[in-house]
Design a binder for this molecule. Structure first.
Ligand code: SF4
Ligand code: SF4
Length: 377
């Protein structure tokens, strides 16, 4: 079951009422361990302000913290491993910019500065059978994921499942792109990761969402809702409906359906609370506007895929007039395809695996996703 609460702004009082109502609609208070450690995992992708719409809004995180404190929970940690290095310096800047520092100051919740990891086996994993998770996630008695509704260049959707990629420490994340360059394998790995982390509750910040070239270079869209559920796969399936897509178009959701982790259709999900809003004109990233592979007969896909990857898959392109040569794209490139030459990023196309991490991590939108000229004929 998923709860939907309509809300028109990030006003703290309204957000508190929305979060309290989500908890009440689903009867979630009993699920919270009063004595244990509860970790809230927002999406803090990069150093952005709340109004940029890239990160989970601090009002949602604050309302969750206050609800937990109202239940008597005292050990509450806010933790994420954003893109880029997982260091105190990087985290301090992100906590400050995203508003999490202020949430911690006002509520007394702890901000994570433990940079350790714990090896967590997942023997039933289909693609990946173990993960090194950041300590506050691995050692939590209960994890609450607080994600942001965004389009995503690689996975189509950034929701409950994709948010958990931030449970992998810092620059280990690009390694996963390198290990699983095929979209299907990468989504399979994220599904395994979600089953390993097992968040008890997932909240979705869909008050203002990001459409177009998400998860960091898209446009803001007022969608006016918070959603909540216990099954992140089911929530993501419902989000595909919110953004007017079919589950087949979102590989992450398709993977969960194939494994039986959520119903086949969003119509089978039981909803409670307010009416669900649907945005059938929600813009998708340029990287996902063409799907040749699914129109090719399955036996031929193996032969055609490398050619399509090389010539037709949208590719990252540096906007030289904007690039300041900071190197953040090179740092996050799993294929080591980017060099900084004369203070400008330069992409070696022959090495690029089209993961779009560079596009995601460039702080000033200096990398665009360019469609092939052949597609414009
Ligand atoms: S493309 Fe962006 S991230 Fe890369 S060096 Fe230029 S400004 Fe920095
Ligand atoms: S250049 Fe960009 S899209 Fe290509 S592999 Fe590197 S990070 Fe991924």
């Amino acid at each position: 079951m998923i709860s939907v609460v309509q809300i028109s702004s990030y006003d703290l009082e309204k957000m508190q009422a929305a979060v309290d109502r989500n908890f009440q609609l689903l009867g979630l208070d009993e699920r919270i361990p009063r004595e244990g450690k509860v970790t809230i995992k927002p999406n803090l992708l990069m150093k952005r302000r709340p109004e940029d719409g890239t990160t989970t809004h601090p009002a949602l995180v604050e309302a969750i913290v206050r609800h937990l404190q109202g239940l008597g929970v005292s050990k509450i940690t806010i933790a994420d491993s954003p893109g880029g290095p997982y260091t105190r310096l990087a985290l301090e800047g992100i906590y400050r910019a995203s508003g999490m520092e202020e949430v911690a100051r006002r509520t007394g919740a702890e901000l994570n500065y433990d940079f350790g990891t714990v090896h967590v086996p997942h023997p039933d994993g289909t693609v990946c059978k173990a993960f090194d998770l950041i300590t506050p996630i691995a050692e939590a008695d209960f994890v609450i994921s607080a994600c942001k509704l965004k389009s995503h260049c690689m996975t189509g959707l950034s929701g409950g499942v994709k948010n958990l990629f931030g449970c992998i420490p810092g620059l280990t994340k690009p390694e996963f792109h390198w290990r699983y360059p095929a979209e299907k394998d990468f989504c399979g790995m994220l599904t395994d990761l979600c089953e390993t982390v097992k968040p008890g509750i997932t909240f979705v910040d869909a008050v203002v969402s990001m459409e177009g070239d998400g998860p960091s270079s898209g446009e803001l869209r007022e969608t006016g809702m918070t959603l909540c559920g216990e099954n992140p796969f089911e929530l993501d399936l419902l989000l595909t409906k919110v953004i007017g897509r079919s589950p087949e178009e979102i590989p992450l959701v398709d993977c969960a359906r194939e494994r039986g982790l959520c119903p086949a259709s969003a119509e089978e999900i039981t909803l409670c609370g307010d009416a669900l809003k649907v945005f059938s004109d929600f813009k998708m990233p340029k990287s996902r506007t063409v799907d040749f592979i699914s129109s090719i007969p399955r036996p031929l896909r193996g032969i055609c895929q490398p050619l399509i990857q090389q010539f037709l898959t949208p590719r990252p392109k540096v906007i030289l007039s904007r690039c300041v040569g900071c190197g953040k794209c090179a740092e996050s490139c799993p294929a080591h395809a980017i060099a900084i030459v004369e203070k400008k990023a330069c992409i070696d196309r022959s090495k690029c695996i089209r993961c779009y991490c560079c596009h995601e991590m460039c702080p000033i939108h200096a990398i665009e996703v360019k469609r092939s000229r052949l597609l414009k004929l």
